[in-house]
Write a protein that binds this ligand. Sequence first.
Ligand code: ZN
Length: 340
Amino acid sequence: MIPINSHGLIWFISTQTQPTTKIERIHLLAGNFHIKKKYRQHPCTFMDAFLCAIMKNIEYAYWYDWRKKTENIPKDVRLYYGHETCEHLLPHQHTASEFAKYISDHRSSKLCLVTPFLTDAGIQKALKLIDCLLTVLYELEVICSDWGLLYYLSRHKIGTPVVGRLLAGQISDPRILRIVDDNHTPEPRKIRHVNGHHCVLKRKMPSNALKQHYKSCSIDKHETISFLTDSGIHRCELNNVAQGIELNLSGYTYSLHVPEVLVSVMRRCPGDGENLNQEAVCPCPGINSNQKIVWWCHHDLPVDLFRHDNALYYQWPELPANLDRLPIDRIVFNAENIGS
Ligand SMILES: [Zn+2]
């Protein structure tokens, strides 16, 4: 439980005469997001959970888009750098090397290179990038979205390989929220069969086993965890999914990405029209690809979705109410406006 009253905490933060950078960032973060009230199912507020995270000494990290300017990089934190969904949007070696020099000289931050799923050529490119960063940095975590790269890094003991969100096997469809929400009670609906009979459709409550399945991830199994641990892979990245998180096993370490939940990845980055007969790799022109964020909303969806590059996301800023019982020791802020 979190032994803190949220109003008291907010008062405490707002009356600091000289707020620290960390507190300023929390304020910025908490003020930036709003959630539809009817889906606010967790009793724990974002601020409560975030301060609980600080009290537990959870590390916090920022996602940094390498295509942006370097002025707003926070100091003394862990930075996530690279691209998670398109291999053409990984930074060039020279850019990455310059960035690594910049943060090691001026910022004393730690770097995690985020990599997407990769073609054979893409794996070679990612390995060169990792090599190039390791010549500058003392340590480097590599977040892998590709089993091939994860295997290679683990086998050759290169950097610190991490299981990325795309490999964690979490269910991130936002509609799951309604299935597990005990308070969601739609009106019974009459339907007519083809043979003329009528019946009434009522909501069936999900079993605890089904709820557990939706809140868990495929990594959370004895066999998988012992295989990963034996391979020298000790961390997995998770989405802060709207339905909440429950993990059966402790003994493994997770990072939680907030607030953007990765729902699915498309074949191509948007830009120059779609031709389904083309090769199944993204033809996007790298840094110059269309970075415009497009939002979708529909009355059937409990949250709005948005597309960024070639992936679909929604935002869920409320941390899990059971955060203190989960084996999560890092929170990664992955929204664009964080860290500025
Ligand atoms: Zn692309």
